[in-house]
Structures are given as C-alpha cells and as structure tokens.
Design a protein. Structure first.
Length: 147
C-alpha cells in the first residue's frame, strides 16, 4: 500500500474561499484612502516641516542653538546667517545607537554624542543654502539653512 492510497479521495471542485463582490463606491473609497495614506507618509518622512528655528546671536556674532536628540533632532531645521560661525549644541537623551553620532557631510565633520551630555561643534556656513546633517545611519536628518 502506498502512502497516497491511505488519503481519502477528496474532490475539490470549488476553492476553499470565495470572493465577495464589493460595490464600486467602496472599492474607490478604499483605493483613495490608501493613496492618501501613502502621500501622508511620504510627506512625513521626506517633506519639509516648517520654516525652521532661527539661531540666536551670542558673543562676538557667533550664532548658537541647542538641539535635543531624542528620537530625532529638535529643532531639525535651523536658520542661520551665511558667513558667520555657528555653534550647535547637541544634548542626547535617546539611548539608541543610531543617534550616537551626527555627520555634517558638507563640512566633512563628525561629532560623537555621548548619552546625557551636551556636546558642541562650531561650523562656518560660507555660502547661502542648505547644509544637511544626519545620524550615523542616515535615518535621522536635520538641516542648517544659511541665508
């Protein structure tokens, strides 16, 4: 006796599931909501959020701002004046290893961010325009906008 002969013969003439027809209006509504959700997610992760925070001017014309590092950079967009030095102070409270470092590609600089400590870096944005910065994994991003 072969192993297949022990299985009772089942005739499957119909699938184990059946499709229920849905009204056209419901199908259009579900598709529209899905597209709207995709647009919102793209805006959330890739879009610009607000005009940024203006760095305050400290001693000897140095622009200064403190950035909280907790699941992201707050503020993530900083507006400064071009041609003047900027001191960025990062205070990291997020224990994630991803945000343990911040990279400034346009300045070819990297800053390690110890947990619970405020660490500073001085940069000189020489020309107007955006100067992006990001975490070591390029998942958390921010930008300095020189005007």
């Amino acid at each position: 006796m072969t192993p297949l002969s022990v299985i009772p013969s089942l005739v499957l003439s119909a699938p184990l599931w059946r499709t229920l027809p849905q009204p056209l209006a419901l199908r259009v509504l579900v598709a529209a909501l899905g597209l709207a959700l995709i647009v919102v997610e793209l805006w959330w992760f890739l879009g610009r959020h607000g005009g940024g925070v203006v760095a305050s001017e400290g001693e000897q014309g140095v622009q200064e701002i403190t950035i909280a590092v907790d699941g992201g950079y707050t503020p993530s967009q900083i507006r400064v004046k071009a041609g003047r030095p900027v001191v960025l102070r990062f205070h990291r409270t997020d224990p994630s290893g991803c945000v343990a470092q911040v990279i400034f590609p346009d300045f070819q600089r990297t800053l390690d961010l110890p947990l619970g400590v405020t660490t500073s870096i001085e940069l000189l944005p020489s020309r107007p325009g955006p100067y992006p910065f990001h975490c070591g994994m390029n998942m958390v991003r921010g930008s300095i906008e020189a005007e």
